[in-house]
Structure formats: structure tokens, C-alpha cells
Design a protein around this ligand. Structure first.
Ligand SMILES: Cc1ncc(COP(=O)(O)O)c(C=O)c1O
Length: 477
């Protein structure tokens, strides 16, 4: 038998399996985008675990059988009836660029281990910064995900006003972050990781459209100061996760300017609205932020994880992790070397995910980012009009982007009924939508992530929900 290493690295085997895999993935794409088959074949976690347990599977000499099983047992984001969480159906070309990154496995922390990736991160960060309206000083870095991106930005905010990095927390020094009560939980988590504790995360109430009540910033700020805490930064949402609501970034920027506070925008989902002349008004004021997080893997058709952290003054990003690692960087820790990515991120080894975004831009031009936003936000307008036109349903609020919360009306318990509807949809698997709780009430929630979804699937979703509601409310026979 051939040596196992020679076999495992065989270019011939790779070529054969690779060709077959591309055929398999192309067939999958064709089927899924056409809407054939279920969106999810839901199975209880225990069943799924049991299936994959080592030892219960037939030994596989061909990875393709394993891949086929993984495909069938996964949720299908390319289905036009996928309307669930905020994960994009990636463009097929990014599957090819991902394969290149995977094989090259460039570590990125030091220049030699990421000559291409570090260059692309600089180019793409500056490109994105300009799209958001920043000036020439702006720059950024990539992190693996928005949660890490937000933590990185908050650490930069702290580094701008304190030396906790070297001196640790000082006796009596207490910090706080002001953020909308509807912000993604990763902001809360980031502040706790930074040692601010429960008292350090100040949640500002939202208005009826789930946007931060910026009129409350002043009294909340004064209260925090009166309690002896120092405000580290104010975080604006562009937009919130549950409802897709955009905070008034201009008002937050003005407030931050008044008190000289760091202004961070969590634009993980909604900052790419800046690509569209029709929707860019939603992020007005973002260009005044000190830092912004944008997930390419949410609204920019890129596989996970792929997040940009943009700094208005690029130099700020060098202060956050000022540390010497002799075996990596010979130079002084403070030096601004864009080409040694590890100096500016928590991560040492990091995926070259930026190649995916760069490939999209080079292949299709920035028009595709604009088109994606306009299609998806437009679909939400269409869907909310359908909901409004149907007396069986109610909208939770007027949507601003591609996230819509709505529910089936009933004289009974609407929370219970809508939860049951969602569970039935999940188990049946034709449509995938989620649910959320707003002001203690359960709503069904769609995130229109697939630009191949049409008005027809939206109408079919409402019809299917009506059928489920009728079934659930039918008197027992
Ligand atoms: C507004 C917002 N911020 C941050 C995150 C976290 O991003 P990630 O899942 O990339 O860590 C999410 C995820 O849904 C989000 O919606």
C-alpha cells in the first residue's frame, strides 16, 4: 500500500476529487437556488450527534460521500425560502477563493506569512472606509467575526484614554459603555470581558421603532458620572439584530463630540447600506465614528467569518495590542506596520478571508454590493406591504432594512400560537424563518438574505402560515 502521507498529499487524488466536488456543489447550487427540495431537514440535536459519532459511520475512503451527507444535513442558505438568521448565501466564486486560501494557509500575523492577505486587508479596509465616508487617515483590519470585531473596537476605545493595558485597573477607576438596549449581545459580552461588569454596560431605552432614544443620552451620561464612572464610549447600532433598526448616528456623534467620547458603530449587519444611493441615508453620521464594525459575511455575500474593523484614525488600531513578541516582530511595539497584521488583532494566525471580498469586487465590481442591498431591502418593503394588506397579520413596526418582524393575529394567545407556527415551519422544513421577542411579545422574524428570493416565495410564506394557524386553531375532532 502507498505511504499514507504520499497518498494524503497526492495532487492526482486532489484533482480527481476536486473535479467531482465542483460537479457536486454545482448540482447542489442549481437545485437549491431553483427552490427544489426542503430548506432544512430538521432533526433533533441528539439524532444528529448520534449520526456523526465516530464509529457509527461507515469508514469512508472517499470524502465525497461524507460531503454529500454534510450537505443534506445542513440548512440551505441558497434556497429562496431561506429567510432566517443573518448569514448570507455566499457567492459561488468565493467558494473558489476560499479553496485557494485554505490550501495556501497563510497565517497573516507577520508579513512573510501573509504578504497577499496583509496587502489586501489594507487596500480593502481603505476602500470600505471611503465608501463609509471616512477620510484618508482611516484604515482598518480584519477579525474573525463581528463579536471579536466589536471587542477589538472597544479595546481601542479604552486604549485611547487609559493605560489599563500596562497598568491594569486602578483602584476606584470604573468605566461604562452606553449602548441601545437592543444592541447585539456581543457588546454586553465584550464589556464584561474587559472587566466592566454589569454596572459597566448602560442600556439606553429604545423608541417605538427600536432605535436608541438619543434624547436620553444626556441624563444617562450625567447619572453615570454622578455614580463616579467614566464613559468609555457610546455604541450606535446600524442596525439592531432583532428588528433591523438604525440608531440616529448623527445625534450620537454630536453627543460624543460634546463630551469628547469615543463613538463606535456596530454596523455588522447594516453598514453596507452605504453602497446604495437609495439607502445610504440610513447610515448618515457613520463617517463621524471613531470605529465601525462591518461583517462581510452578513450583507456582502462572503463566507464566514469575515469582518472589517474600520478606524477613523488608522493609528488608533496600533495602540490596542501594543506588545512585544520577539520571535514575531523585531521592531518596537509602537511602530505602525500595516504589513504585520498580528500587531493589531487579538488573533495571531488568521484566515485570509479578505481574498473572498477582494475576489467579489474584482470579478463583479462594487455594483454587486449595491444590488444586493437594494434587492434585499426592497424585498422587505414588498413583504411588509403583503403583511399590511392581509388582515390576518400584523407588523411589529415599519421595517428599515431586510429584517421584518410580524405575527399572525388571534383572539387567543398570540405568543403561543406564533411559537407553534414557527415550530411547525421548522419541522416541515420548506421555509426557514425565526422568531424574536419584542417588549415581551413573540413575533415571527424574517431576514431576507437571499437576493434570489422573489415576491412569490414571500406570498407563499404568508399562505403557509395561514394554513398552519388554521390547523393549530382547528377544534379537536
Ligand atoms: C448587529 C450585530 N452585531 C454583531 C453580531 C455578531 O457578529 P458575528 O456573528 O460575526 O460574531 C451580530 C450577529 O448577528 C449582529 O447582528
Amino acid at each position: 500500500m502507498e505511504n499514507i502521507m504520499d497518498q494524503a498529499y497526492s495532487a492526482d487524488d486532489f484533482r480527481r476529487q476536486g473535479h467531482a466536488l465542483i460537479d457536486m456543489l454545482a448540482d447542489y447550487l442549481e437545485k437549491t437556488t431553483s427552490g427544489a427540495g426542503k430548506t432544512i431537514d430538521w432533526k433533533p440535536p441528539g439524532d444528529q450527534l448520534a449520526y456523526w459519532q465516530l464509529g457509527s459511520l461507515q469508514p469512508l475512503t472517499q470524502p465525497l460521500a461524507l460531503f454529500q451527507e454534510a450537505i443534506e444535513r445542513s440548512i440551505h442558505l441558497h434556497s429562496p425560502r431561506y429567510m432566517g438568521h443573518q448569514t448570507t448565501p455566499p457567492l459561488p466564486v468565493t467558494v473558489l477563493s476560499s479553496a485557494v486560501s485554505a490550501l495556501l494557509n497563510q497565517g497573516q500575523a507577520v508579513y512573510e506569512m501573509g504578504m497577499v492577505g496583509n496587502s489586501l486587508e489594507k487596500i480593502m479596509s481603505e476602500y470600505l472606509a471611503q465608501t463609509l465616508g471616512f477620510g484618508k487617515e482611516a484604515s482598518g483590519i480584519m477579525t474573525s467575526g463581528g463579536s471579536l470585531g466589536n471587542l477589538t473596537a472597544l479595546l481601542a476605545a479604552r486604549a485611547a484614554v487609559s493605560n489599563v493595558w500596562n497598568e491594569g485597573h486602578q483602584e476606584g477607576q470604573r468605566w461604562a459603555v452606553l449602548v441601545s438596549e437592543e444592541a447585539h449581545y456581543c457588546i454586553d459580552r465584550a464589556t464584561r470581558i474587559m472587566g466592566l461588569g454589569t454596572e459597566g454596560i448602560i442600556k439606553v431605552p429604545v423608541n417605538e421603532r427600536y432605535q436608541m432614544r438619543t434624547d436620553l443620552l444626556e441624563p444617562y451620561y450625567q447619572q453615570v458620572r454622578a455614580e463616579g464612572k467614566q464613559v468609555l464610549c457610546v455604541v450606535g447600532c446600524a442596525c439592531t439584530t432583532s428588528t433591523g433598526s438604525y440608531d440616529d448616528l448623527e445625534a450620537i456623534a454630536a453627543f460624543c463630540q460634546k463630551y469628547n467620547l469615543w463613538f463606535h458603530v456596530d454596523g455588522a449587519h447594516g453598514a453596507p447600506a452605504a453602497f446604495s444611493p437609495q439607502y445610504k441615508h440610513l447610515v448618515k453620521g457613520i463617517e463621524q465614528a471613531d470605529s465601525v464594525v462591518v461583517d462581510y459575511h452578513k450583507m456582502m455575500m462572503t463566507p464566514s467569518l469575515s469582518t472589517a474593523v474600520i478606524f477613523k484614525r488608522g493609528s488608533n488600531s496600533y495602540k490596542t495590542f501594543a506588545q512585544r513578541a520577539q520571535y514575531l516582530w523585531a521592531e518596537q511595539p509602537g511602530e505602525e506596520e500595516w504589513y504585520n497584521g498580528g500587531k493589531r488583532t487579538l488573533e495571531c494566525t488568521k484566515n485570509m478571508s479578505i481574498l473572498n471580498v477582494y475576489t467579489i469586487l474584482c470579478t463583479y465590481g462594487e455594483e454587486i454590493f449595491k444590488e444586493n442591498i437594494e434587492r434585499l431591502y426592497g424585498l422587505a418593503t414588498t413583504f411588509s406591504a403583503q403583511v399590511r394588506a392581509n388582515p390576518a397579520f400584523e407588523l411589529a413596526y415599519e421595517p428599515e432594512c431586510n429584517i421584518v418582524c410580524f405575527r399572525y393575529r388571534t383572539d387567543g394567545d398570540p405568543n403561543r400560537l406564533n411559537q407553534q407556527i414557527r415550530q411547525l415551519l421548522l419541522e416541515e422544513g420548506d421555509f426557514f424563518i425565526v422568531q424574536t421577542t419584542l417588549k415581551g411579545q413573540t413575533y415571527l422574524r424574517v431576514s431576507l438574505m437571499n437576493p434570489l428570493t422573489t415576491e412569490r416565495e414571500l406570498q407563499e410564506l404568508l399562505e403557509t402560515i395561514e394554513q398552519k394557524a388554521a390547523f393549530l386553531q382547528a377544534p379537536p375532532a
